[in-house]
Design a protein around this ligand. Structure first.
Ligand code: ZN
Length: 255
């Protein structure tokens, strides 16, 4: 294939991807119909633990995400179900993994690769009519003590999420998945050094007196601030809210 032709095809794909994203961003920002969110599982470490965990995954394992977003959206006056979550099962095809400690350029290249990968996959999949696709990498908790950061492309409508293949992490996996989902709606991170939520933006109750300890986490703050230098991961979405700072970023009406 000639070089010009290859460039032309690449350019065409880019135009299609960007056009599709622009349409979806507009749809996301309007919140006048339910957004379809589809979750896929990936055995990222090729382990038996991840395999048996994924085999037992059902839509019921993700229902908490839908309930959380719809409950919080209603608090801000969205009178429809903001999202509907479905589970697409396991994918054999592993998405491009983000660079471990890459430069800004490495991250941009990865995000383009991931976009292309997702776009090709979605066009091949005739059952997929989702607006937002979330890809969850599962890892065996026995061999991975900590996970790399998950990545939701802000306003990109896809996210790559890292989760633990263990029942006891079901609630916290759902917190991470929802955090990345909120990125795809356009929400920004609200935590700083040591994963400590930033005050006031990253707090569930920023004007509580005394300020500490907080009892809930803000979804983009990510953790429950115990004191000025310590925060803990919420066990489930029952301990999480969307505050006004995040709500305004994703175009939920803030009075
Ligand atoms: Zn984030």
């Amino acid at each position: 294939m000639s070089r010009q032709l290859r460039y032309l095809i690449l350019l065409l794909i880019l135009v299609l991807v960007v056009g599709n994203e622009t349409y979806l961003k507009w749809k996301v920002a309007s919140w006048d119909e339910s957004l379809q969110v589809r979750i896929y599982a990936i055995n990222a470490d090729n382990s038996n633990a991840s395999n048996s965990y994924i085999n037992r995954l059902r839509i019921s394992d993700f229902v908490a995400i839908e309930k959380f977003v719809n409950r919080e959206a209603r608090r801000y006056g969205i009178n429809i179900d903001a999202i509907r979550v479905s589970y697409g099962g396991e994918l054999a095809d592993v998405p491009p993994q983000p660079p471990v400690s890459g430069s800004a350029i490495d991250n941009i290249i990865w995000s383009l690769k991931f976009r292309f990968w997702a776009w090709f996959r979605e066009t091949e999949d005739e059952h997929n009519d989702a607006d937002i696709n979330l890809y969850v990498n599962y890892f065996d908790v026995a061999t991975r003590q900590s996970l790399q950061h998950s990545a939701g492309l802000r306003g990109g409508l896809i996210a790559l999420i890292n989760g633990f293949a263990d029942r006891s992490y079901r609630g916290s996996n759902n917190v991470v998945i929802t955090h990345e989902l909120m990125h795809t709606f356009g929400a920004s991170d609200k935590y700083g050094r040591g994963n400590q939520p930033v005050h006031p933006d990253g707090f569930a109750d920023p004007f509580q007196d005394p300020l500490y300890p907080q009892t809930r986490a803000e979804i983009m703050g990510g953790r429950i601030p115990v004191n000025a230098s310590k925060a803990k991961m919420p066990d489930s979405l029952s301990d999480v809210v969307v505050n006004v700072f995040t709500a305004s970023e994703i175009h939920w009406p803030v009075k």
